[in-house]
Design a protein around this ligand. Structure first.
Ligand code: NAD
Length: 292
């Protein structure tokens, strides 16, 4: 059994991106510039955004953080999105989700210029992905694919069960892994909250990708011996022994499932760092796509 070190793989990707930045600098070319919009003070969102800004600093990208109170009106946020669309110095930007309830997330996502949509959430980028046109792949699924690629995990002809069908993780991942590509060519089952007999379905899987946001949901009895298990879940759960009073829990009962797997990702230190690495790759791509 191997515990996949997503942090180490992401460090490798960041080192490659840093070298690309150095090369661009030596040629007098523009340095990629990422902007992140953060609304409110949700502590998980603040951590995600801080980690993205920190990754930019490590690589040598420029970054700009724009913050608003929870009460920011939707039209102010949309105006900021439009100004970032127009700002030629910004290559790509994200609006950190979730947004407060009075703001329509889909409206905001759709307002982002698809050529600057480095999260890959815009319907045009999702559509491009479906018909294999160039565009941005959503950061978490793309990070998972990169992890599979770099660990040489065989996918062709394999049974893959993805648990969770969200627009940002499960749904796009099911399309990417079932496509005629490498990694890809899996026989994918996309499971969700209405799926019946999930343990039985999971037991057929060579690869299980858990993205349900349910701590410890994938248990020993659901996993075939030798399966690859990728845990996307990140839920903060109370833990009086942890320095912050909480810890991150994945969707997999890691302690009991790990010994049964051929490979497994931990939480934290698995998919999370790959998501950030993938966002950084998309930022470089955003600049290159515009021929800068
Ligand atoms: P979501 O809440 O939008 O979707 C959850 C999905 O899980 C839904 O499709 C639902 O049908 C399914 N589901 C819920 N309970 C289920 C059950 N009992 N059986 C089968 N399916 C069930 O969540 P999301 O945004 O896709 O995120 C999922 C998890 O991944 C969360 O823990 C989130 O924090 C985490 N996440 C991590 C990263 C990362 O970079 N590590 C990125 C995105 C999301």
């Amino acid at each position: 059994m191997e515990i996949i070190d997503g942090k180490a793989i992401s460090q490798q990707i960041k080192a490659e991106l840093k070298a690309a930045v150095q090369f661009r600098k030596s040629e007098g070319k523009k340095i990629p510039h990422l902007a992140a919009v953060l609304v409110g003070t949700d502590s998980a969102s603040m951590t995600y955004v801080q980690n993205k800004v920190k990754a930019c600093e490590e690589i040598g990208f420029e970054s700009t953080l724009i913050r608003y109170d929870d009460s920011v009106p939707e039209d102010i946020l949309l105006a900021k999105v439009e100004s970032l669309n127009q700002d030629r110095s910004i290559d790509g930007f994200i609006v950190q989700l979730p947004l407060p309830k009075h703001i329509d997330e889909l409206k905001v996502t759709q307002a982002i210029d698809p050529l600057k949509d480095i999260d890959g959430f815009h319907p045009r980028n999702l559509g491009n992905m479906v018909v294999h046109l160039p565009g941005f792949l959503p950061a978490t699924p793309a990070g998972i694919l990169e992890l599979i690629r770099r660990k040489n995990i065989p996918t062709e002809g394999k049974n893959c069960v993805i648990i969770g069908r969200s627009n940002i993780v499960g749904m796009p991942l099911s399309i990417m892994l079932s496509g005629n590509s490498n990694p890809g060519n899996c026989t994918v089952t996309l499971a969700h909250s209405k799926t019946t007999n999930l343990p039985e379905i999971c037991r057929q899987a060579d690869i299980i990708i858990a993205a349900a946001g349910q701590p410890g949901f994938v248990t020993y009895d659901m996993v075939k011996a030798g399966a690859v298990v990728i845990d996307v879940g990140t839920t903060r759960i109370e833990d009086p022994k942890a320095p912050k009073g909480w810890r991150l829990a994945g969707d997999v009962d890691f302690e009991n499932v790990a010994p049964k797997c051929s490979m497994i990702t931990p939480v934290p230190g698995g998919v999370g760092p790959m998501t950030i690495a993938s966002l950084m790759m998309n930022t470089l791509k955003a600049m290159e796509l515009k021929g800068k």
